[in-house]
Design a binder for this molecule. Structure first.
Ligand code: NAD
Length: 349
């Protein structure tokens, strides 16, 4: 099968990742990269890649079928619209933009041009997320009551454009996009309430972390948290279900699952716990639980480009849809409103 030809716009951290992904892909080929910073273009050349002298040169190159936009967040819309209007298909980095209104302009441009436009939600291929998603969908430990998804780092917010509000900085627009996107793939229900607060421990201008509660229509909840000032991290995932719990400490580890075999226990004895005794919090009789490790899902992030190219050929529907991307932005807008007003926001998302 003929490989589809891509160019990468922005050769920073993530642009470099895309270039390497495309070079290693069985469906995609790299025509070259373009960065506004000449030093980055020189670096690309040293890495054996072709560096375009300008954006116009990329868009004028007829062999380029699709561009990947891997520039700071605030530049995505202008670049994507320009590329679509030049007849290119577009893969845009997350967050696609900072508002639904801006995203709508991008989807309109894609519709006018009749070109494929999607967003790089690569963390849909995270093995830890896939393990939790599979557990939720299988009903192995019953329906989801509460999903907790958090990521804790200890280096503060990076000292680049990510600290600048006008550039689309802050952690809600960074890791937040991934955590929200993943959660909405796991709990597929209308969100009726959003409540968010943000931290500013290492940066006054933008959030360096947040706590976000989503209430779904049936009463299920999701709690999403990003922190960049944690020197002991809490588990990456914790899921409370009707017949048990699942936990993943971090992405290197498998899911630990507790399946509740029997609810009732006889003769529970109070235990000494710190400075008192408790029956409520006494450990369960281990015969009432089956605790085991879940199998590790198989995942290959190259499937992102495989899907994009198959969608270009009309062989597969695109996996990351406009509707899904827009819902994430709706949650982000509600989260910013909630944090600003210091109260929860009723939603129909
Ligand atoms: P970065 O600062 O490392 O790189 C951005 C690059 O874009 C820089 O080299 C800069 O010179 C260049 N640039 C800026 N404006 C440009 C323009 N108009 N035309 C061409 N080049 C331009 O940032 P990064 O970490 O690579 O992030 C880039 C994007 O990728 C962001 O949207 C970010 O959210 C996203 N990202 C996604 C993931 C993921 O897992 N999906 C991970 C990291 C970053």
């Amino acid at each position: 099968m003929k490989k589809r030809t891509f160019a990468v716009i922005g050769y920073g951290g993530q642009g470099g990742w895309h270039a390497r992904q495309i070079l290693a892909s069985d469906v995609a080929a790299l025509a070259g990269v373009y960065d506004i910073d000449e030093a980055k273009n020189k670096a690309a050349e040293r890495h054996g890649m072709f560096a375009y002298p300008s954006l116009e040169a990329v868009l004028a190159d007829e062999k380029v079928e699709a561009v990947v936009i891997a520039t700071p967040n605030a530049s995505h819309k202008a670049l994507a619209v320009k590329a679509l209007e030049a007849g290119k298909n577009v893969v845009c980095e997350k967050p696609v933009e900072m508002s639904c209104a801006a995203f709508d302009e991008m989807t309109s441009a894609a519709a006018r041009a009749g070109k494929l436009f999607t967003v790089h939600q690569n963390r849909r291929w995270d093995v830890d997320y896939l393990a939790i998603k599979r557990m939720a969908a299988s009903g192995e430990i019953g329906g989801v009551i509460r999903l907790e998804s958090r990521i804790h780092g200890s280096r503060g917010i990076p000292s680049d454009w990510r600290r600048v509000r006008a550039e689309g900085g802050g952690m809600l627009l960074d890791w937040g996009v991934h955590l929200i996107d993943q959660a909405l793939q796991i709990v597929r229900e209308k969100i009726v309430r959003v409540c968010c607060d943000q931290t500013h421990i290492t940066c006054a201008e933008v959030d360096d972390g947040f706590r976000l509660h989503l209430d779904f229509e049936s009463g299920k909840t999701a709690y999403l948290e990003v922190g960049t000032y944690h020197f002991l991290a809490l588990p990456r995932f914790y899921m409370l279900c009707e017949r048990g719990s699942a936990k993943i400490e971090d992405w290197r580890q498998n899911a630990q699952v507790a399946f509740l075999k029997a609810w009732n226990e006889k003769d529970v004895m109070p235990v000494q716990a710190a400075a008192g005794i408790t029956k409520t919090m006494a450990p369960r009789d281990e015969r009432t639980l089956d605790i085991h490790e879940a199998d590790r899902p198989v995942s290959d992030v190259h499937d992102f480009y495989r899907n994009f190219c198959a969608a270009l050929d009309g062989r597969e529907p695109i996996l990351v849809t406009h509707q899904e991307v827009r819902r994430v932005l709706q949650v982000i807008e509600a989260a910013f409103q909630s944090a600003e007003e210091k109260q929860s926001v009723r939603t129909e998302i």
